[in-house]
Design a protein around this ligand. Sequence first.
Ligand code: 2IO
Length: 439
Amino acid sequence: MTGGLPRVRILSEEFTDAPYGRFAALRQESPVHYDPEVDCYFVSRHHDVRRVLTDHATFTSEPLQVRAEPVMRGPVLAQMTGAEHSAKRKMVVRGLTGASLDRHVREIRANAEELLRPFMDTGRVDLVNDFGKPFAIRSTLDVLGLDKGDWRRISGWHRAIAEFIGSIAMSRERRHHSLECSAALEAYLLPVIEERRARPGDDLISHVCARDADSAAMSTREVTALVINILVAAAEPVDKTLALLFRHLIEHPEQLAQVRKDPRLLRNAIAETLRLTPPVQIIPRQAVTAADVSGITIPADATVFCLIGSANRDPAAFASPDAFDLHRGDLGAARSFTAAAQHLAFGAGLHMCVGAAFSRMQIETVADLLLQRMSAIRLPTDFGYRETGLYLRGPEALPLEFTPRPEPSRNLSGAARGRSSPTPSPGIRPSTEEGPPWP
Ligand code: 2IO
């Protein structure tokens, strides 16, 4: 059935350049859209995306076997099921919570301070390329307990692996490059994993190497795949989310002023950023049997791409869905980082992002620090904003101009104000856009 349906070519430039403008038509006219060029069904309505992600009997994460496994050197968490899945998920959670979390918060702040310092003299920083990307990698290396001195090398491998995962179609040359980089990363990790087995520390690699009551010890291949999985999943969305958050706040100065006045609103702003502009735009699934979705039959074995950026702007789920509003009542900021989230930026169901709560703390900590150090944040008047990517999407660059504020004295940091979160709170302090320079 083709008559009357919009001819949407997902891989076309018109689509990739401005996907949000096209989602409304897709949701209305072709909510389950077959694109012969990529031989996939694109699901765009909020209700349908949630159904595909939570109906585990009908839709599996099988596509990751070809979309991820080659560069992950083995199966990732999202491919696993049953006891293996819950045991491994638990190990990752253990590395991100409790005493580890306190350490991660300190490391996140230290990484951010160090990366920002060279830009404090000039009052200019590209939040994506100068700050966000190195920050994402270095924070992730801290979590994994890898050597931050190697961040440039690891960053290069990471970029090629992320390109593989985020490509719907890829040239032979690029594919070859990604596979080479992932082999190089594996070779780099092998001696580290052996070392952590022999002398476990308090890092995530040691945690996943450890044998525990309800699971057998993992093979080195399993550990390698899990480490690469965490490296990519924890680093890839960070610079994008951070830059998108700042872009939305700069475009809505009244909301930025409110966040500066009451830093507890930062959480709302992050949740709303993830809803409006999710960094992970596509989650792939495969139909086990033929399934009816919005009146269209998806045949057995078909690949299904859930369009997260579209689901999150479905007017059936959110009022005025294209507006950035950190106060929106239909978002539920407090539950936005849990399985009860209304937006779908972290997915849904059994495979919902295991790092959701951690990422909230991470972005909140770094954004709070940036807001403390920078006042009068603006974009250069001649700057042409551009987002790239269809699968993983974010700003190409975000060159900020700002008025630097000095670092507060050490003994003052860590003063948390009226937070209700059970996790340790970053040192969030109120300030105003017009107020005197810190302190
Ligand atoms: C790493 C794609 C950034 C995941 C992926 C192959 C599997 C899985 C996701 C997220 C985000 C990354 N998929 N994380 O979409 O682990």
